[in-house]
Write a protein that binds this ligand. Structure first.
Ligand code: HEM
Ligand code: FES
Length: 779
């Protein structure tokens, strides 16, 4: 069978066994794997991302006859669906995935069950009109005020078990704390928690499960009672003076604008939100503890370096999120990943699979608490319906992790079989047994440990907090003025693999960071950099030369790659000037390994000052051309690049004047031939005196955000609750790129090529701005 539907033409059938049953609603035959897929089978229930690996790799959009849904498994396709909520309506988000039996329907009718539109399943324009009215409860300041309440709840629960030595954390607190927080946040009286828990389970099974005919009736009873209960609580709240909480905000808005925040909405939301706000967070917390504790070394790292907790929580949401699939329905024939989904087609976006897509996340199956784009995960959805409560959920997970890593670092996961409530969308273990030796509780030695809390700012994790400690195992002069440094994991594990072009940010004592490219060899489990002492520089390299010795520890971020080697070309010309050889030698190593044709031009002041010569001569002798100025050899770029060569890519690294010469010399080469890496970005930093304020309209989230003269676009987006990944925050890396739909851009970055700039369709949000008064962004 053909296996790349994404590459086949729009609407064409990737599987040419025409006429063979079964056939999808678009007329395409269904592949055997698609025909066999059932989300209620064990593989999906145990690990949805793994169960869809075949789909990510071979058939990323397929029709599942057993489910009657189109299943979408790749990151980019899922995001494209989330982006366009007119073509892909969320109206079925809370529909029963398994239709009710007649008996169950009769039960629901008896309870007058009438779950309709809330926010999550409401179409435009009603949805945004409502959402905008209800955003005030989610500003960072308002959420910040809930932190002490969360902290106290977690602390009390932990106090209750801390001397016990063994517990099921789900039963002891992961369920109840988020439920209490949710009720508190909503302003709903905290009564009958056990009953609410049973109601939630019934609601989940009813909406996303496949209950057996007997279970159907029981589930319907639970759902009916939940509906009644929600109505009673709502009426009680409506009859009281306005109290604190989001539900009271809704009741108030319902009084003021009954056509926007409707009566029917209030009752449906009352029921849906209790689940949305607590079950998601409870399961996410259980998943996170399971994942972290099943990797004792990672847990130990987190205990040693609690600064990483927000990043770790985010990575757990990516790796093992609590919402694993979400639904949309096509309102017209629409193409997704090369497949035409017909109007009325129901879509199951397996976000857990998108979160493991190697096209977006490097080594996606690894739980890497240092990952710097974890925030791109789809567990909170994306676009105008993206989870409103994400920052409350994040806060709860972080406080749980912070209390446990500090007060019970010796915590261990017990050997156990995990069970899950069978459903398509909500996922987390029903119990999580852990044990510890209370005699080792740190607070027995030092009672201050109990109180020594660390707080984190509300919002997405900050990239600059993702810092790793590494030990220097070698620091030797590599060439004149060049220090070669080898770094290893302090606990003796292998450091993560990296790709050619990657660099590390070495954090200086001042908190500033300097970038040093990894030079390899790439496979060794440790990292090598070579640092040129630059007397006239800002002081980073002098600090490295004066301080770095074998045995000391350094703080680094990365590896990060802003200078990726495209491995698809036939031929390569690599050009290095001076210390710019460091990423280039790693590229040469890789090209040699791939058996590609490459030449390596390396220019420097003198042989004695040129780093890594011995290894270059040993490993790349045939490809190597050396230009030592002292010996009168000059690299003549004009003649090297005079004739553009077919399917050849140019990679260059070195001083700015070499890069400019490369850019000028290759201007007549095909667009995209040249790749260079800049290490400084003059002009990227904000100078408020010379800036003007502007406005951005966000098409996906349907918000308008003001960017003041003294703030970057990125800062303004974050303040509005829009998560945009970032890294360098100085226009060098490309991680904060945002698509621009309208408006003239004032580009300040070093990432985009001239024609990418001219296209006026994207910008780096950390530094670039509007030329005029307004931009429209695809965010
Ligand atoms: C929507 C996940 C916590 C309130 C959503 C959606 C997902 C989600 C997948 C649908 C997004 C879309 O269609 O694009 C999660 C996860 C959570 C969490 C994984 C915890 C880890 C919370 C909390 C609250 C909340 C604590 C409330 C305080 C909402 C609301 C919506 C929503 C109101 C509907 C937004 C809209 O349609 O405009 N959530 N959620 N969530 N969530 Fe959450
Ligand atoms: Fe690196 Fe903006 S964060 S370019």
């Amino acid at each position: 069978t053909a296996t790349q539907p994404n590459q086949s033409g729009a609407g064409s059938c990737p599987f040419h066994a025409a006429g063979e049953p079964p056939v999808a609603p678009n007329g395409c035959p269904v592949s055997p794997q698609a025909a066999g897929f059932d989300p209620f089978d064990r593989p999906y229930q145990l690990d949805p991302a793994e169960a869809l690996r075949w789909s990510r790799e071979q058939e990323p959009v397929f029709y599942s006859p057993r489910l009657g849904y189109w299943v979408v498994s790749r990151y980019a396709d899922i995001k494209a669906i989330f982006r366009d909520n007119l073509t892909f309506s969320p109206s079925i988000a809370l529909e029963k995935i398994t239709p009710s039996s007649d008996e169950a329907l009769a039960v629901l009718e008896r309870y007058d069950y009438g779950m309709h539109r809330t926010l999550v399943n409401e179409d435009e324009p009603a949805h945004m009109a409502r959402r905008r009215e209800l955003l005030d409860a989610f500003t960072p300041e308002v959420l910040e005020a809930h932190a002490p309440m969360v902290r106290q709840l977690v602390r009390e629960k932990l106090d209750a078990i801390i001397d016990r030595g063994r517990a099921d954390l789900v039963a002891e607190m992961f369920w109840e704390v988020p439920l209490t927080v949710a009720l508190h946040f909503l302003g709903v009286p905290e009564e009958d928690m056990e009953q609410l828990r049973r109601f939630s389970v019934a609601h989940t099974l009813n909406t996303w499960g496949r209950p057996s005919p007997e279970q159907q009736v029981e589930v319907a009873e639970g759902v009916g009672k939940f509906w009644q209960y929600s109505g009673q609580v709502l009426r009680k709240m409506q009859s009281q003076p306005r109290g604190h909480g989001w539900m009271y905000d809704m009741i108030e808005k319902n009084r003021q604008k009954p056509d926007v925040v409707t009566d029917s909405y209030l009752h449906s939301m009352m029921m849906a939100i209790i689940v949305a706000a607590h079950e998601t967070t409870a399961l996410a917390t259980a998943n996170a503890f399971r994942q972290l504790l099943s990797r004792p070394a990672v847990w130990a790292e987190l205990c040693d370096n609690p600064e990483l907790i927000p990043a770790a929580a985010e990575e757990c949401l990516r790796h093992s999120g609590s919402v694993v699939a979400w639904r949309r329905i096509a309102t017209r024939d629409a193409e997704v990943g090369g497949v035409t989904i017909p109007e009325g087609g129901r879509i199951l976006m397996v976000t857990a699979s998108g979160n493991h897509d190697p096209a977006h996340f490097e080594n996606p199956d690894e739980l890497d608490i240092y990952r710097d784009n974890a925030v791109d995960h789809l567990t909170f959805g994306y676009g105008s319906h993206q989870c409103m409560g994400k920052n409350l959920g994040r806060m709860e997970m972080r406080i749980f992790l912070e209390e446990f890593t500090r007060r019970l670092p010796q915590l261990e996961l017990e050997e156990q079989e995990f069970t899950f409530l069978p459903n398509t969308s909500f996922r987390g273990p029903e119990a999580l047994w852990v044990r510890w030796d209370p005699a080792q509780n740190p607070e027995r030695r030092d009672p201050a440990v109990r109180e020594a809390q660390r707080d984190f700012p509300v919002g997405a994790p900050e990239a600059r907090t993702i810092v790793r400690r590494v030990r220097v195992t070698r620091a030797e002069t590599e060439a004149e003025g060049v220090l070669g440094v080898t770094l290893a994991d302090p606990a003796g594990r292998d450091l993560p693999a990296w790709s050619p072009g990657s660099h590390l940010d070495v954090v200086l004592p001042s908190g500033e960071a300097r970038k040093y490219s990894l030079c390899g060899p790439a496979t060794s489990g440790d990292w090598q950099v070579a640092v040129l002492r630059e007397e006239a520089g800002r002081g980073g390299s002098r600090w490295v030369h004066d301080t770095v010795r074998e045995g000391i520890e350094l703080r680094v971020r990365g590896p990060k790659n802003h200078f990726r080697l495209d491995e698809t070309a036939d031929r390569y010309v690599l050009v290095a000037g001076g210390i710019g050889i460091t990423p280039i030698i790693a590229m040469a190593d890789r090209l040699k390994q791939l058996g590609k044709s490459y030449e390596l031009h390396y220019a420097g002041r003198s042989r004695a000052s040129m780093a890594l010569l011995a290894r270059l001569e040993r490993d790349h002798d045939e490809a190597l051309r050396l230009y030592s100025k002292e010996e009168g050899a000059r690299l003549d770029l004009a003649s090297l690049l005079a004739t553009p060569r077919e399917s050849t890519l140019l990679y260059g690294c070195g001083p700015e004047r070499l890069l400019s010469a490369l850019e000028a010399g290759s201007a007549h080469w095909p667009e995209g031939s040249l790749h260079v890496e800049h290490f400084t970005a003059e002009g990227a930093l904000l100078d408020p005196e010379h800036e003007h304020a502007f406005e951005v309209e966000l098409a996906d989230s349907e918000l308008v955000v003001e960017v003041a003269a003294d703030r970057t676009l990125l800062q303004s987006l974050r303040a509005a609750g829009v998560d945009v990944p970032s890294d360098c925050e100085e226009g060098l890396c490309g991680s904060c790129q945002v698509e621009v739909i309208e408006g003239e851009i004032d580009h300040r970055d070093k990432v985009l090529t001239a024609s990418e700039r001219a296209g006026q369709d994207r910008l780096m949000s950390c530094c670039s701005r509007a030329k005029g008064k307004k931009l429209k962004l695809a965010l």
